[in-house]
Write a new protein. Structure first.
Length: 394
């Protein structure tokens, strides 16, 4: 048996101890590493928890307002919107010549002239009716020109007819829109716009002319002029009315049929009718053309036709028994009567006629529209009560 040497044993023992120490160091190192890892995990976990809390805090919804708060807010918004709309409308109204609603509308002075002795004439100028319809603050002073103390206005403002109106030019500046309309068409005299009857309401009005015109009536007879258009329904409607008046006042009135061309398409019919007049067939020819254009007005069961057509005018020469058809044809071909028609239309305008049919009595009183003309006999008697036909008893 071989015995080990003491040194060798010692070395072996030391080797074992060293090995044991190394193992212990590794264990200690591993423990430290584990603790470090645990600490890092703990720190990371804490950081993660903090982040998660922050995210959760961000995700927490804001507190919703109560329903009544939403309702109040909606009402406030609606009121604000309504107020804005009102202000916009007020600004637009002001631009158009309006005024702030809380302010009183500017006062507009108008002098209205009428003639009390003309009972069938209009008493108020239609410009006043139009201004009132626009809700303007109009102050009207009505002045009767039949009174001697008021006649100076006729000369001072060059008044041509009644009703007429004087509009205060300074007052009208408060209404820019209306001012532009008025000053474009009417003259300003002595601080007033002079406005004769201009049919602002598009309705026929009866007038009295203030200018004296010379009538070609015979001594003791009333001069009556009818202005009509052959394609005018209202003109056809007064045909029988005026025929009756001519018969009832025969010998006391001079009745003249004259042309007032409202429809240019009626020119040929007017020329033909005047050519028929030259051959003594005016009334017959005129009635025939009215019957063809407006058969129902004459109780006829036929279709209305263009009474200016060649066929209708040719038929009229046979129906009305025109004496000289060749002369009539030449008259039509050369339009010989056209200057007469144009002169009569010009005369109608000088009378301030604006509607067909119209009747002018004594070159002074203008009766417009078929409704007024239906009362022609009453009007004649109001103007001339001395006429024998006005004093007949039933």
């Amino acid at each position: 048996m071989v015995k080990e040497k003491p040194e060798e044993n010692k070395n072996k023992t030391e080797g074992k101890e060293k090995t044991n120490d190394t193992g212990k160091e590794q264990e200690v190192q591993e423990e430290k590493t584990e603790e470090t890892i645990k600490k890092k995990k703990t720190v990371n976990e804490q950081q993660s928890e903090i982040k998660e809390k922050k995210i959760e805090e961000k995700k927490v919804p804001e507190k919703k307002p109560f329903p009544w708060m939403i309702a109040v807010l909606a009402v406030i918004l609606l009121i604000a919107a309504a107020f804005a709309v009102i202000k916009i409308m007020e600004n637009n109204q002001t631009k158009k010549g309006g005024w702030e609603p809380e302010q009183q509308k500017p006062l507009l002075e108008i002098k209205n002239f009428y003639f009390s002795e003309c009972s069938f004439c209009e008493k108020e100028n239609s410009v006043i009716i139009a201004f009132k319809a626009r809700d303007m603050n109009v102050l009207v002073e009505s002045i009767d020109l039949a009174k001697e103390e008021n006649k100076h206005f006729i000369q001072e403002f060059s008044l041509k007819s009644v009703p007429s109106a004087l509009i205060n030019a300074k007052d009208l500046q408060e209404y820019p829109f209306e001012e532009n309309l008025i000053k474009k068409d009417f003259a300003e005299i002595n601080g007033y716009y002079v406005v004769p009857e201009s049919y602002f309401d598009s309705t026929p009005h009866n007038l009295m002319l203030l200018e004296e015109k010379t009538c070609s009536a015979e001594e003791g007879k009333v001069f009556v002029e009818e202005f009509s258009d052959l394609q005018c329904l209202g003109c056809a409607r007064i045909f029988e009315t005026t025929k009756k008046a001519r018969e009832n006042f025969a010998g006391e009135i001079i009745y003249r049929h004259k042309n007032y061309l409202v429809n240019e398409t009626a020119t040929d019919a007017a020329i033909a009718t005047e050519c028929a007049r030259d051959q003594g067939k005016f009334i017959e020819f005129k009635k025939y053309l009215y019957e063809r254009a407006f058969p129902e007005e004459f109780g006829l069961n036929s279709e209305p036709v263009d009474n200016s057509s060649y066929d209708v005018l040719k038929a009229a020469t046979f129906v009305t028994l025109i004496p000289d058809s060749n002369k009539f044809s030449e008259c039509m071909k050369n339009k010989e009567t056209l200057p007469r028609i144009q002169e009569e239309t010009k005369l109608a305008k000088s009378y301030s006629v604006n509607f067909a049919p119209s009747i002018v009595i004594d070159c002074k009183y203008v009766i417009q529209g078929n409704e007024s003309i239906n009362n022609i006999e009453d009007i004649l008697c109001k103007l001339h009560p001395e006429l024998k036909s006005c004093n007949k008893t039933e």
